[in-house]
Ligand binder design. Structure first.
Ligand SMILES: [Zn+2]
Length: 229
């Protein structure tokens, strides 16, 4: 009798322990990334994998490249490694006579919230979610993304950029510097976003070259079992 009670107590204790441990490691939002995953250069952020609202990269810097605007703004920032890679990319482009400008990099959760709300009030939630991310679901919060443009399209973020000389140069050369065109043409069903020839995402050059050579998206690359080298 005593032995059964002890056994039951032991099982109850195990259960409590399991629940307590499970609770600790379970994020508040289902699928939400933890700090370590969020800061991985191969981190996958999309509609199924949001970043925690409080996530802000710890190594944001302003890359030394031309911007489409002059004033200081947090959106000039990228994470250190991505910023250096962007500087190298811009320098190589300039050598080829290609003049790019940076338009928008890091974006906090709060700023993304404001952008999404503004779009949703103008075009409705569904369309807003196709052209802009909900807060937490934007790659710009990782500090690994930069939107770029050129004078030939008046520094706008437009699909036409993809067929300009500058857009084509990016398509052919971004991977050498560790960047991918994150939302390619005809991959909306995979990425959840329309074609964005201007949105560069830093993933490191090994991943970027595989992704570019095989015409993959980051989702497809990671689902093939590729992890951080
Ligand atoms: Zn973007």
């Amino acid at each position: 009798m005593v032995r059964t009670i002890r056994k039951k107590l032991f099982i109850a204790l195990l259960l409590i322990l399991a629940i307590a441990l499970g609770y600790k490691s379970t994020p508040l939002v289902q699928g939400e990334l933890g700090e370590t995953e969020a800061s991985d250069e191969l981190t996958l952020v999309n509609k199924e994998h949001p970043l925690p609202p409080e996530y802000v990269p710890s190594d944001l810097v302003v890359p030394n490249v031309p911007f489409s605007f002059a004033e200081d703004h947090p959106k000039k920032q990228m994470r250190q490694e991505a910023a250096e890679a962007l500087e190298n990319l811009f320098a190589a482009a300039a050598k080829d006579g290609i003049h790019l400008v940076a338009v928008s990099g890091f974006r906090s959760y709060e700023r993304q919230e404001a952008i999404f709300q503004r779009n949703a009030s103008q075009m409705g939630e569904a369309e807003a979610n196709r052209v802009s991310a909900r807060p937490g679901e934007s790659e710009h919060q990782t500090g690994l993304a930069m939107d770029v443009s050129a004078a030939s399209v008046d520094y706008r973020l437009t699909e036409e950029f993809g067929s300009t000389e500058e857009g084509r140069w990016l398509q052919n050369n971004a991977a050498r510097f560790g960047f991918i065109i994150r939302y390619p043409k005809e991959k909306e069903h995979v990425t959840g976003y329309q074609y964005e020839p201007w949105h560069l995402r830093y993933v490191g050059s090994s991943a970027a070259q595989t992704i570019a050579n095989k015409a993959l998206t980051l989702e497809e690359f990671l689902s093939q079992g590729n992890q951080r080298a």
